[in-house]
Design a protein around this ligand. Structure first.
Ligand SMILES: NC(=O)c1ccc[n+]([C@@H]2O[C@H](COP(=O)([O-])OP(=O)(O)OC[C@H]3O[C@@H](n4cnc5c(N)ncnc54)[C@H](O)[C@@H]3O)[C@@H](O)[C@H]2O)c1
Length: 317
């Protein structure tokens, strides 16, 4: 199959690229990052195992997507804090590019279009576990942009029959993750004996190791398109973990004596409790998380230790 991975140079997209090249599919990546700056998959691009289209989805044209059977969409401004400082950039990048894609798909629709949605679009006081039909309540500009992108894609599906499948994720972490994600920030500071700064602490999340997410994406790749078209699936662990618990588990696993400092909640975080209902993904796709928090953190800590040594890092975040 001809597969295009939008945002394929990032954390999740490069993980999927590395996994799918082993299956013999014809893989292309489209990303705004300059190709020679992409460490994780540079070898695959340089030895021509994958094609690299250096471009933004905001400028995508029908010819860029013509002939692809499956398109995965990881391309987004993916950071909540940057959403606060740059809400316009976040909206343009995450929402307008979805309109752009949908207009291209009217001309050349793929068989499947799989979008990486976010569980941050759910607000406080939700009955747990949160299922796909629960009301969304975006409480920050990033979450609003992810929610809007879903609405745009679903509207084109309803009106023009454009294929869309949404995989909504909790926090995804693991090797190669961005250093801005809370799991990474805590691990880095624990390893460097710097304080772990917790905004709030009793709010909870569903924290999923990246290979579980990649398993779900591979299941979506292989299932019949008529089964998943127009559908939303939650991909997570189904386990609720507080940010305090995450920090303490990281301190224990790294044997760190870093202190914990509590500061005020980030906007919209108070009373948020989350774990996602994964029964639909389990029943329809056969999705089952295999790696849970402690094991996933052990693997991620090992990777960060090696990275810190390689980069000679001594500062915390
Ligand atoms: N990591 C998580 O915890 C998490 C959780 C829920 C949802 N998601 C979603 O999953 C997707 C991937 O997240 P990630 O953690 O891998 O992020 P990431 O920042 O590591 O990867 C995103 C990639 O998209 C690229 N990109 C951004 N805008 C682009 C554009 N307009 N055109 C082309 N490329 C563009 C970036 O250069 C980057 O390589 C995002 O849509 C994010 O919202 C991530």
């Amino acid at each position: 199959m001809k597969i295009l991975i939008l945002g394929g140079a990032g954390f999740g997209g490069s993980g999927l690229t590395q996994r799918l090249v082993k299956t013999g599919h014809d893989i292309s990546i489209l990303d705004v990052i300059a190709p020679r700056h992409v460490e994780m998959i540079r070898h695959l691009y340089e030895n021509e195992t994958v094609k690299y289209i250096w471009k933004s989805t905001q400028d995508i044209s029908p010819d860029d997507i013509k002939g692809f059977d499956i398109i995965f969409d990881f391309a987004a401004q993916a950071d909540v804090p940057l959403g606060f400082t740059s809400p316009i950039h976040t909206a343009q990048n995450n929402i307008l590019s979805m309109y752009r894609l949908m207009e291209c798909f009217k001309k050349f629709p793929p068989k499947k279009f799989i979008y990486m949605g976010s569980g941050t679009t759910f607000g406080p006081n939700q009955p747990l576990p949160i299922n796909e039909g629960a009301p969304q309540y975006a409480a920050n500009p990033y979450s609003a942009s992810k929610h809007c992108a879903e609405i745009v894609a679903l509207s084109y599906h309803r009106t023009f029959g454009i294929p869309i499948t949404i995989l909504r994720n909790g926090i995804v972490y693991g090797e190669n993750m961005r250093r801005e994600i809370v799991v990474a920030r805590f691990i880095i500071n624990a390893l460097l004996s710097k304080p772990l700064i917790i905004e709030g602490g009793d709010q909870t999340r569903d924290i999923n190791y990246v290979t579980n997410t990649l398993d779900a994406l591979e299941l979506l790749l292989n299932v019949d398109s008529s089964t998943i078209n127009g559908e939303i699936y939650h991909c997570a662990t189904g386990v609720e973990t507080s940010i305090d618990e995450l920090a303490n588990t990281i301190l224990e696993l790294t044997q760190s004596e870093s202190e914990i400092q509590h500061v005020t909640y980030r906007h919209g975080e108070q009373n948020v409790r989350q774990c996602l209902d994964i029964s639909k993904a389990n029943k329809i796709l056969g999705y089952q998380p295999k790696i849970f928090l402690r094991e996933g953190l052990k693997r991620t800590i090992k990777w960060f230790k090696a990275e810190n040594e390689r980069l000679g890092l001594s500062g915390g975040i």
